[in-house]
Write a protein that binds this ligand. Structure first.
Ligand code: HEC
Ligand code: HEC
Length: 293
């Protein structure tokens, strides 16, 4: 085949790949029938741990979260920096509700780019549309921050966002990990753990492409932030009763009156705002997932 034909074929293939991998945005009328409720949104926000990544590193606990971004997340691919997602021009001020939802539910940023899964949209993709509009209504009530976004510190080929499209085809799943939730309580627990709480992002080990190894779901993992490991929270590793787990999620105290440390402190700061029935549902879910040794 002559050179020109080869280059035409290559160009056609590249185009096909680009079409296959391009982001598919959510429909613009997605929320036309829904109204966001800010006070419900505050609980979705607390359960989802948005502020643990997007609050300024020097943020004071207690005051309304300022989602100025700036925190760095080390990974084998480089360091990702959380962007400013506060209202106001440097954050999400000019984004429509559907654009914000596209980021959270679909990993698609403004201007139709793929977002990196360092942002746990692989979990949030299971969030209900009502919870998403409520959450967005709440985000719009928070204080704006003028902070500028930091660019990620990642090398080739990971700096090509189109490649994230291939990753998403492989790993952005539609289904639940626990496919047989047999009661409303287990369904609620599954929703809180697998969708909002993104517990698997820390407690499940990853493969070489950074995707969660669901065959060892919640079975414990190395700590990406450095030393130590994140504990196994299936009944193969955690011998606590459901009541003890519920108390831990509410207060941060273990059955031996140790207190939670590390990243779990921020997770509990959010979870402790949820109704008791939600924490009990999480505990019931942890008892129902397959035990990992
Ligand atoms: C584990 C840390 C982490 C958590 C938890 C998290 N985010 Fe993010 N978020 C990130 C990172 C990192 C990015 C940047 C992704 C990129 O540039 O591709 C991001 C990007 C975003 C974006 C896109 C902003 C932009 O300028 O492109 C929005 C919107 C967002 N997050 C909102 C949220 C909301 C709402 C929550 C809670 C439901 C949340 N995030 C939870 C780390 C996190
Ligand atoms: C950002 C990372 C992160 C997320 C997200 C996270 N955890 Fe944790 N978790 C940790 C770390 C780190 C520890 C160990 C804390 C310590 O050393 O005291 C821990 C400890 C725990 C423990 C105590 C285990 C033991 O043996 O002491 C339980 C139970 C737990 N997490 C449940 C959850 C649940 C349920 C969720 C989701 C709602 C969750 N975690 C989300 C990082 C995380």
């Amino acid at each position: 085949m002559p050179f020109a034909a080869w280059s035409a074929l290559l160009a056609a293939l590249t185009l096909l790949v680009m079409i296959a991998l391009r982001p598919a945005p959510l429909p613009e009328d997605l929320f036309d029938q829904l109204t966001g409720d800010r006070s419900r949104g505050r609980l979705v926000f607390a359960a989802s741990g948005c502020s643990s990544c997007h609050s300024a590193p020097e943020a004071k606990p207690g005051s309304a979260p300022v989602l100025s971004g700036g925190r760095g997340f080390k990974s084998p691919f480089g360091t990702f920096y959380a962007p400013n997602v506060s209202p106001g021009p440097s954050g999400l001020g000019f984004w429509t509700d559907v654009e914000i939802a596209d980021a959270i539910l679909n990993g698609v940023g403004r201007g139709s780019t793929h977002l990196y899964p360092a942002f746990p949209y692989t979990a949030y993709t299971h969030m209900s549309q009502q919870d998403a509009v409520d959450l967005i209504a709440y985000l719009r009530t928070l204080p704006p921050s003028p902070a500028a976004n930091k660019s990620h510190d990642i090398g080739f080929p990971f700096n090509i966002r189109l490649g994230v499209g291939a990753w998403k085809l492989l790993y952005l799943r539609e289904g639940w990990v626990l496919d047989n939730a047999t009661s409303p309580e287990l369904e609620r627990g599954r929703y809180l753990v697998e969708a909002l709480g993104h517990c698997g992002e820390c407690h499940t080990p990853r493969n070489f492409l950074g995707a969660l190894d669901t065959s060892r779901w919640l079975g414990g993992a190395p700590n990406p932030a450095g030393e130590g490991t994140i504990p196994n929270i299936t009944s193969g590793g955690l011998a606590w009763s459901e009541d003890e787990i519920t108390t831990f999620l509410k207060t941060g105290f273990t059955p031996t009156f140790d207190s939670a440390g590390g990243e779990m402190v921020k997770v509990i700061a959010g979870l402790s705002q949820l109704p008791q029935s939600d924490l009990e549902a999480i505990a019931a879910y942890l008892k129902a997932v397959p035990p990992i040794d």
